[in-house]
Design a protein around this ligand. Structure first.
Ligand SMILES: [Fe+2]
Ligand SMILES: [Fe+2]
Length: 143
């Protein structure tokens, strides 16, 4: 239960970083160093976050067959997210600011949308997990 609450808090943190990145992208002149730093922060944060999720969802899948489909979907999106991160990392090392601008306007904004959609989906799964957990006897509560 604590771990699910922690994951929710981490989603809020991820959202804050996304908003910060959008603000950077909305500026006429890109502060590439700040953008690189913030993306690295986001990538590192997401990596640890997803590792925690993988662990928790694996435990969930052991006690709930009904969730199998949703968990498979989450797993698939984690792989897609890894692909986005790779593409963005490659773009961010460029020393051509215009190239970075175009990459971020396209791949970057697409990544933000994917991440938000994914977090939204996961939150619905969190609700189901918490609901299932509450239906169990006190002794058996896991998440
Ligand atoms: Fe996730
Ligand atoms: Fe998540």
């Amino acid at each position: 239960m604590n771990s699910i609450i922690e994951l929710r808090k981490e989603h809020m943190r991820i959202e804050q970083i996304l908003v910060r990145l959008e603000e950077f992208l909305d500026r006429e002149k890109l502060d590439v160093e700040k953008i690189r730093k913030t993306f690295s922060e986001l990538f590192a944060y997401i990596k640890v976050h997803e590792e925690k999720e993988d662990e928790i969802f694996e435990e969930v899948s052991e006690f709930s067959k009904e969730m199998e489909e949703s968990l498979a979907e989450i797993n698939a999106v984690h792989q897609i997210i890894k692909g986005h991160v790779k593409v963005l990392k490659e773009a961010l090392v460029s020393d051509d600011v215009n190239y970075i601008r175009v990459a971020l306007e396209n791949d970057g904004r697409m990544f933000f949308a994917k991440l938000r959609e994914h977090m939204h989906f996961e939150e619905k799964v969190f609700d189901s997990v918490l609901f299932m957990n509450n239906s169990k006897s006190e002794k058996k509560k896991t998440f």
